[in-house]
Design a protein around this ligand. Structure first.
Ligand SMILES: C[S@@+](CC[C@H](N)C(=O)[O-])C[C@H]1O[C@@H](n2cnc3c(N)ncnc32)[C@H](O)[C@@H]1O
Length: 333
């Protein structure tokens, strides 16, 4: 069904969400959201896209009985459990979208045990965020939308997720085929695509994105402009757990990642936030990433954090940098 829909317009699966977005305080973004989504999904740059859409078209249509967005395993159950054959087919279909980086999801008895325990990150954020009742949320660099569902579970009215990774968009479409939320969308956009939009959201999540940006201050500037005055930013990023305003700019790889440009100390990060117009800045969490939180599973069969640390000195990456520590800051625009 999705494939037929896409043949007409890449926007069909997102139409109910767009209708809600149009009514929101950031409704003025809609023409840009629609145009870029259409352009990128109609002629997708990823060679596997049509194969993923064919896979989605074969997903079974199962009536949801109970949906759950406020528990670690975001999921849905039908009134009748699937029989073994249907369960196996569903598992194989979802496995076709490997690797699953963010989760867990529990879809009609199939548990997607993703590389990241994203529920742990959400648990660290949730206490600081509090009740999200009625909030308009942008999750920038959202992966497959896991946190968007959790934000809805915490009361948010509408969550726009954007991520340039097309596999994440495909995974979202698969998950949402079963969860059937018209209050969340994952669109194939990046921060720069929205840089000149006015009006703004109540809450912006930027988690795990800042260190991937060549110009982190520009990223923070974009975030501030996308928030309404007084809106809140939850910024999560790699930091140096060191005093002063230290900054690591890896010249080669960092924990085998090619695109890590800047890892500031918390003091430096605070200064960047102030410089780009944020106030009431609060450090809400500082946590070393462990190989219990980020690991290979059957749903992500490639190497993971344990392979990227120095086996003799796990407080260092294999390149000799300090091992990953992540900070979460809350700030007001
Ligand atoms: C380390 S992952 C973090 C995913 C998720 N936010 C989390 O915290 O688990 C970084 C994500 O940012 C996305 N990304 C990279 N560059 C981006 C950009 N310029 N704008 C928005 N997202 C971007 C990547 O595709 C990837 O999904």
């Amino acid at each position: 069904m999705v494939v037929q829909d896409f043949a007409q317009s890449a926007l069909v699966p997102f139409a109910p969400f767009f209708a809600h977005w149009q009514e929101s305080a950031a409704g003025a973004w809609l023409p840009r959201l629609r145009a870029l989504t259409q352009e990128r999904l109609q002629a997708p740059r990823h060679g596997d896209w049509s194969q993923w859409m064919a896979l989605l078209a074969r997903l079974p249509d199962i009536q949801p009985h109970e949906r759950c967005f406020d528990q670690p395993c975001v999921g849905v159950m039908s009134a009748q459990p699937l029989d073994a054959a249907a369960h196996g087919e569903l598992r194989d279909a979802l496995m076709g979208l490997h690797p699953w980086r963010k989760g867990p999801f529990c879809l009609h008895g199939v548990t997607i045990d993703a590389e990241w325990r994203s529920d742990w990150k959400w648990a660290r954020a949730a206490g600081a965020l509090g009740d999200l009742r009625d909030a308009l949320v942008l999750d920038l660099g959202c992966g497959n939308g896991y946190y968007g569902y959790r934000a809805l579970g915490a009361g948010a009215r509408l969550v726009l997720g954007i991520d340039p990774g097309l596999r994440f968009v495909a995974q979202f479409l698969a998950v949402n085929h079963f969860l059937r939320s018209d209050r969340l969308a994952v669109l194939p956009l990046a921060d720069e695509d929205l840089y000149d939009q006015t009006a703004g959201v109540d809450l912006l999540l930027s988690m795990g994105v800042l260190y991937h940006r060549r110009d982190p201050l520009r990223h923070l500037n974009i975030l501030r402009r996308l928030l309404r005055p007084g809106g809140r930013l939850l910024l999560e990023t790699l930091v140096l757990d060191a005093p002063g305003d230290a900054l690591l700019e890896p010249s080669g790889r960092y924990a085998q990642m090619r695109n890590v440009y800047a890892i500031p100390s918390v003091t430096r990060l605070n200064a960047w936030l102030r410089e780009t117009g944020f106030c009431h800045i609060e450090l809400v969490d500082l946590t070393p990433t462990t190989s219990a939180e980020q690991r290979s599973t059957e749903w992500m069969r490639f190497q993971s954090l344990a392979d990227f640390l120095d086996p003799k000195e796990p407080s260092r990456t294999c390149e000799g940098h300090p091992a990953p520590v992540r900070a979460m800051l809350l700030a007001e625009a």
